[in-house]
Design a protein. Structure first.
Ligand SMILES: [Zn+2]
Length: 487
């Protein structure tokens, strides 16, 4: 089976056919850089990280663009998020932008998220946005209001709402009172706003000094870097309306061509409320976690494992139990990787155990067919778990295992677990000094304990387990072998 993607635009799974063979142009809506990224961001960007990694693994040449919103993303009060933060921090807006852009990349790097090829900033693309707005006015899809603001005229674009399946009439009822009511239709959205005197983020334009509306940046920057029509547009499901809808309308109206061909939207990350019921994260409810908070408590691979444990389109609930389950799953897989790498150090040359290569091939096929099915990462993880069970049986068994098969096992984990999912570290925990030695000693004790059990010397095997437990090392005997973890 070849790759299929659930295209939100048509609400169906479709075979993926890029516009240009072997090449994928992809745009994902990036963060507004006015605060530290939260774990909801981790869900969105880890999901697309796996999409990009898998496309590359499948041989595609991917150009990945993800913007940084540093102007125009207003709060419901009409206030610019960046300006508000700048006022609170008594800093100039671009200091805020710089601080949180760095913080964002720091978090993404820590989570193993491969950086986009281009990270364009809205404030660096004002001329491109102005040009697009001019074209929309020329073509009768936008107008200048009596206050000098420029709005997109939704009534001029009958397919407005096609992504979220919303009709304009429906939307009218839900539209809140605008701060400035100078639009023709309540669903019309701002392309350019005239700046109030106190608004510092401002640029010259044919309509006076002001700033772009939020949505136009994505259309202008996607067009600049990926062309009029490109392959994949991604983002969080929460932005489907109005943001994504506005992007499509203004791009297709300005360019007379289809915008993105496949739309992929990631489900929301929820947190339990005080009654344990999943709810949206919110600072005011005190159930808000930044990525930095999460990284203090959990390994990045475990956070990835948790996020990839659900299909990207589904919502997930961030809880300690869920993270704990992810950690156990990860330790199981990583335990087998560690054991493989350890055995490799002293493995005999030769082809002993090579029948296992079939098992590896089967695991790889299972993994690929899961990921080909709309990037089904949980299916990919399930394939790794099945493989891990087999690997543990092989490596804990009596038969000798030669270097060739150990190398093949390691390579399979590196490609599927490392290169694609980003949950298997390149190197064993630490190659320097004490950590490696400690791990070797633990492994030695586990082996001695296994020998004691085989000799039915349960007094000794229990003693080893209890003493390890006192040192904070949990040993667990499972049907597929013994695993251990440092608590
Ligand atoms: Zn966007």
């Amino acid at each position: 089976m070849a790759l299929e993607i659930y295209n939100v635009l048509h609400r169906t799974k479709e075979p993926f056919e890029p516009l240009h063979e072997g090449k994928v142009n992809m745009y994902v809506c990036g963060p507004t850089v006015y605060d530290h990224a939260h774990i909801g961001h981790a869900k969105t960007y880890i999901s697309f990280d796996v999409v990009v990694r898998y496309l590359r693994y499948s041989g595609y040449d991917v150009l990945y663009v993800q913007n940084l919103t540093d102007v125009g993303h207003l709060l419901d009060t009409g206030e610019d998020r960046i300006l508000k933060k700048a006022r609170q921090a008594q800093a100039v807006p671009m200091q805020i932008v710089e601080t949180y852009t760095r913080s964002y990349f720091e978090d993404m790097d820590a989570l193993g998220v491969v950086r986009p090829d281009i990270s364009p900033r809205a404030s660096g693309h004002i001329p491109e946005q102005i040009k697009m707005i001019e074209r929309l006015i020329e073509k009768g899809h936008a107008y200048v209001s009596k206050d000098g603001n420029v709005y997109f005229d939704v009534t001029s674009w009958p397919s407005f709402g096609k992504l979220s399946n919303r009709q304009i009439e429906e939307q009218q009822a839900g539209v809140r009172e605008e701060v400035r009511e100078d639009k023709r239709h309540p669903a019309d959205f701002a392309l350019w706003k005239i700046a109030e005197p106190e608004h510092i983020l401002r640029w010259d334009s044919p309509w006076g000094e002001g700033y772009p509306g939020w949505h136009i940046e994505c259309s202008a920057m996607a067009h600049k870097y990926l062309g009029t029509t490109f392959d994949i547009h991604g983002g969080g499901i929460d932005n489907i309306f109005p943001h994504n809808e506005c992007e499509i309308a203004q791009s297709e109206a300005a360019n007379d061509a289809e915008f993105a061909r496949y739309w992929m939207l990631v489900g929301t990350l929820m947190v339990p409320d005080e009654f344990g019921i999943p709810t949206k994260m919110s600072k005011s409810l005190g159930n808000f976690y930044t990525i930095k908070d999460a990284l203090k408590l959990h390994r990045p691979e475990v956070i990835r494992m948790f996020i990839l444990g659900a299909h990207y389109r589904n919502p997930i609930v961030f809880s300690e139990e869920a993270l704990d389950a992810a950690r156990r799953g990860w330790e199981r897989i990583y335990g087998a990787v560690r054991l493989t790498r350890e055995k490799l150090r002293t493995a005999p040359e030769g082809e002993a155990g090579n029948a296992f290569l079939d098992t590896l091939e089967q695991a790889r096929r299972q993994f690929i067919s899961a990921l080909d099915d709309d990037f089904n990462a949980p299916g990919g993880i399930a394939a790794l778990h099945e493989l891990t069970r087999e690997v543990n049986i092989l490596l804990n068994g009596e038969q000798p295992v030669g270097r060739a098969v150990l190398e093949a096992i390691d390579q399979t984990y590196r490609e599927l677990g490392g290169q694609v999912l980003g949950i298997v570290p390149e190197e064993a925990e630490s190659t320097s000094g004490s950590a490696e030695r400690e791990e070797g000693l633990i492994r030695l004790l586990i082996e001695l304990r296994a020998q004691a059990r085989a000799d039915r010397n349960f007094q000794l095997s229990d003693l080893i387990r209890d003493r390890l437990s006192e040192l904070g090392i949990t040993v667990e005997d499972r049907p597929d072998g013994t695993v251990w973890r440092i608590n």
